[in-house]
Design a protein around this ligand. Structure first.
Ligand SMILES: [Zn+2]
Length: 675
C-alpha cells in the first residue's frame, strides 16, 4: 500500500490551491442544455463563458489569487478529439504553465459518452457493465447516451492507461483525475468469473462455510442493492469481494502513472462519503485516501454550515484523509447545487480544509457563471463567478493565509487521544446500525471538541496509540477483534461500548453470549446493566451503554445516513471526557457550533484549530483552558487567523487560561512547547 512519502511533494497537504472546474468540454454542456451547478448551459452566453474562463486573463487572475492547480477537459469519454476540445486543452495547458498553474487531465472513469465511443472503439462494447438482466447500465439511471464501464474488466483498465499516457506524455500535463471512481453491482461475464475465482480461493469447503454444494453453479446474487443488513452467506461473500475490485485497480494505475513520471499525480473522485461507491461501503475509505495523491470527496449537499443545531461538515473525511497521509478536496455543494453567495459561506468552505489538516483549498464554485442571478448587465452573464468582489476578496485572503503559513500544515499529523472503531464486518453486513452509529459517534465528539481518529479493523495493532476507544454499535466482531480490545483494556486502555457490540461474529452469526461479556460484565442471560456501568479489568476500564444512545431516534433501516447528535449521546461524550482526564489537553468554552481539531506540526508543535460553523455570529472573548496536568499549561500560545488581526489576539488571564479576543470563522493556536 502506498505510504504518505510516495505522494509527489506538490500534491501534499498544505500546498494545493485548486482553482475550480474546467473539466467539461463545450459539447457536453451544449447537449445537456440545462443549469448544471452554476453553469447555465442553456444560456446563449454559454460559448462566451467557455472562452472567458479559459482565457489568458482569467488564468492570470487565478494565479494572482494563489491558485496552483486546475483540472482540464481531456476525456469525457466520447473517443472523439473534436468533442473533447483537445485543441483547447493544449492551449489551456500552455496558458496555465505560463502562469505557474499545474493541470490535471480529466478522465470520466465510470460513465463515458458511449454513444460515440462505441463507434470510435468498437471493442468498448465488451467493457460495458451489465445489470442483472444483462442490460447496459445508464449513468444516473437515465442518461441514455452514457453507459457504465466495468472496472473489473482488465481490457477497460488498459484503455484508461492509454488515456493516462496520452495526457502525461503527449499533452505534458502534471497528472490525471479520474471522475466517478466507483464500482456498482455488475453482472458482466468478467465479474461473474472473477467472483467465482474469489470464492474458490477464499472458501475451499463451500458447503461448510457458505452452505453451497457446487461453486460452479453460483452466479452473483440478484438482490436489492440498498439492503442495510446482509445475512445470506453468498451475498456476504459478494459484498466482501466487490470491495477488493477497485483498490487493486487504483494501485495498478498509481504504479502506471509513476512509471511514466515519478512526479505526476493520480487523483480521483472517490465518491465518499456519498455512499454509492460499493467498493467502499463497509471498507476502510483510507485505502483510497492513501493511494490517490488528491482524493475528491464528493458529498453532494454537505457544504459546511450550521443547520438545525448541527454542524453540516466534511470533517470526518478530512480527518481520515489526514490520518492516511493523503490530501482531500472536499466537493460539497449547497442544497440544490447552489453556489455560495456570502463571504461567510466561502470562509467556512475554505476554513474547513485548513482546520482539518490543510487540505486542498478548493474553489469548486469559482469558475461557474455569474449568470442570471449575479449579472448586472448582458456582458456579465458570462463572467466567471469568482470575479464577484465578495468572492474574490475572501478567496484571496484564505489562499494567502495558506501560502504564508505552510508550516502549520505541511507534514502535520493528527494528535488525538480517542479513536472510534469502524469494524469491517459490521459495516458490511450490519450497515444500517453500524454506519449510523459510527457517524453519530463522530459527530458527537466533533461538536464536543474531543479530538478523535477512526480506527479500522485492519489496524488493531495501532490501538495502543489511544487512551480511549469508543466502539459504537459495531455488532459483528471477530474473536481476534474482541481479544485485541481485551488486551487494550488490561494494559490500561479505556473502552467505551455503546450497544451490543460483538453480539454477532464476523459473519453475522449469533454468539452464544454477548461477545464483550468479559469486559463489560454483562451477559445475555443476566439482568440488563444500566447505561454508564463501568468495570475495571487489569489496569484499564470499560464503560457500557447497552441502550446505544448514539442511535436514539435514528432509523437504522435507511441506507441514507444523516449525522445527528441525539441528546442521549451526550452522556457517552461525558464518559469519554472523564476517561480522558488531562489527556484532553485543551477545553474551549464555546457553543457546539465551534469544532476543533488538533495536529502536531512537522516540528512537533501542537496546533489547535478552531472553526465556527455559525460564523454569521462571530464569538468574542473565547476562553481556552489547559486543565491541571495538561502538557499545554506551561506553553506560550500564538494565534493565527485569515479573518483579520483581531481574531488572532490571545491574552493570558491566569495560569493555564487564555482568552481569544474573537473567533469569526477560523483561528488556529500554536503551542510553543509541551512538558
Ligand atoms: Zn462487471
Amino acid at each position: 500500500m502506498a505510504a504518505a512519502q510516495d505522494h509527489p511533494a506538490w500534491t501534499r497537504r498544505g500546498r494545493v490551491i485548486w482553482g475550480g472546474n474546467l473539466h467539461e468540454p463545450l459539447a457536453f454542456y451544449r447537449r445537456e442544455n440545462r443549469l448544471m451547478a452554476g453553469v447555465a448551459a442553456q444560456g446563449l452566453w454559454l460559448e462566451e463563458w467557455y472562452k472567458k474562463v479559459r482565457s489568458e486573463r482569467t488564468i492570470e487572475q487565478l494565479a494572482e489569487l494563489g491558485v496552483n492547480l486546475l483540472y482540464v477537459n481531456f476525456a469525457k469519454g466520447a473517443g472523439d478529439p473534436e468533442y473533447e476540445d483537445r485543441a483547447g486543452t493544449k492551449r489551456l495547458v500552455a496558458t496555465c504553465r505560463r502562469h505557474g498553474i499545474r493541470t490535471l487531465a480529466y478522465i470520466q472513469f465510470a460513465c463515458p459518452i458511449t454513444e460515440s465511443l462505441l463507434i470510435a472503439r468498437p471493442e468498448a462494447r465488451n467493457w460495458l457493465a451489465r445489470d442483472r438482466f444483462g442490460r447496459p447500465q445508464l449513468y444516473g439511471g437515465n442518461r441514455y447516451y452514457r453507459q457504465r464501464m466495468c472496472p473489473a474488466n482488465p481490457a477497460y483498465i488498459e484503455y484508461v492507461k492509454t488515456l493516462i499516457r496520452e495526457a502525461l506524455v503527449d499533452y505534458d500535463m502534471d497528472g490525471v483525475f479520474l471522475d466517478n471512481f466507483y464500482y456498482r453491482p455488475c453482472y458482466c461475464d468478467h465479474c461473474q468469473r472473477r467472483f467465482r475465482e474469489y470464492l474458490r480461493e477464499r472458501f475451499p469447503d463451500p458447503l461448510a462455510s457458505l452452505g453451497v454444494a457446487d461453486l460452479r453453479g453460483v452466479r452473483i446474487p440478484e438482490v436489492e442493492s440498498r439492503e442495510t443488513v446482509i445475512t445470506d452467506r453468498l451475498h456476504q461473500a459478494w459484498a466482501s469481494w466487490r470491495m477488493t475490485v477497485l483498490p487493486e485497480v487504483a494501485e495498478s494505475l498509481r504504479r502506471y502513472v509513476r512509471s511514466i513520471d515519478p512526479d505526476a499525480a493520480l487523483c480521483a473522485n472517490i465518491c465518499y462519503p456519498r455512499m454509492d461507491n460499493w467498493s467502499l461501503r463497509g471498507a476502510d475509505p483510507r485505502r483510497f485516501l492513501r493511494t490517490f495523491d488528491i482524493s475528491y470527496a464528493e458529498a453532494s449537499t454537505s457544504f459546511p454550515r450550521w443547520e438545525n443545531g448541527q454542524a453540516v461538515s466534511n470533517a470526518l473525511v478530512l480527518l481520515m484523509g489526514a490520518d492516511a497521509g493523503g490530501n482531500v478536496l472536499p466537493g460539497a455543494w449547497l442544497p440544490g447545487l447552489q453556489l455560495p453567495e456570502r463571504a461567510d459561506q466561502i470562509e467556512l468552505c475554505l476554513g474547513e480544509s485548513l482546520a482539518f489538516g490543510g487540505h486542498v483549498l478548493a474553489g469548486i464554485w469559482a469558475l461557474r457563471m455569474k449568470g442570471r442571478k449575479w449579472a448586472r448587465n448582458e456582458q456579465e452573464l458570462s463572467e466567471p463567478y469568482f470575479t464577484r468582489p465578495e468572492v474574490a476578496g475572501t478567496w484571496a485572503r484564505y489562499n494567502r493565509f495558506l501560502l504564508d503559513h505552510p508550516q502549520l500544515y505541511i507534514g502535520s499529523t493528527l494528535d488525538c487521544p480517542v479513536a472510534i472503531y469502524h469494524s469491517a464486518a459490521s459495516m458490511t453486513y450490519d450497515f444500517g446500525v453500524a454506519y449510523a452509529a459510527f457517524v453519530n459517534a463522530s459527530q458527537s465528539l466533533l461538536q464536543a471538541r474531543v479530538p478523535f481518529a477512526a480506527l479500522f479493523s485492519e489496524e488493531l495493532s495501532r490501538l495502543n496509540r489511544y487512551r480511549v476507544l469508543w466502539v459504537p454499535s459495531q455488532r459483528c466482531l471477530s474473536d481476534e477483534e474482541i481479544a485485541a480490545m481485551e488486551e487494550f483494556v488490561r494494559g490500561g486502555g479505556r473502552l467505551i461500548v455503546t450497544g451490543w457490540c460483538g453480539l454477532y461474529d464476523q459473519f453475522r452469526r449469533e454468539r452464544r453470549d454477548f461477545g464483550l461479556n468479559d469486559l463489560t460484565g454483562a451477559s445475555l442471560f443476566g439482568p440488563r446493566p444500566r447505561d454508564g456501568t463501568s468495570r475495571a479489568s487489569g489496569k484499564g476500564e470499560t464503560v457500557f451503554f447497552p441502550s446505544a444512545p448514539e442511535l436514539a431516534g435514528v432509523n437504522t433501516r435507511s441506507s441514507v445516513v444523516k449525522p445527528t447528535v441525539p441528546n442521549a449521546a451526550k452522556q457517552v461524550v461525558e464518559a469519554v471526557r472523564r476517561q480522558l482526564g488531562p489527556a484532553l489537553k485543551l477545553q474551549v468554552e464555546a457553543p457546539p457550533s465551534v469544532l476543533m481539531a488538533v495536529f502536531k506540526t512537522a516540528d512537533g508543535a501542537t496546533v489547535t484549530h478552531l472553526l465556527n460553523y455559525n460564523n454569521r455570529e462571530p464569538l468574542r472573548d473565547v476562553p481556552l483552558i489547559a486543565p491541571a496536568g495538561s502538557p499545554l499549561r506551561s506553553s506560550t500560545p500564538k494565534a493565527f487567523s485569515p479573518d483579520g488581526p483581531h481574531p488572532a489576539t490571545l491574552t493570558e488571564q491566569s495560569p493555564g487560561c487564555w482568552v481569544l479576543a474573537e473567533l469569526k470563522t477560523y483561528t488556529c493556536v500554536m503551542w510553543d512547547r509541551e512538558e
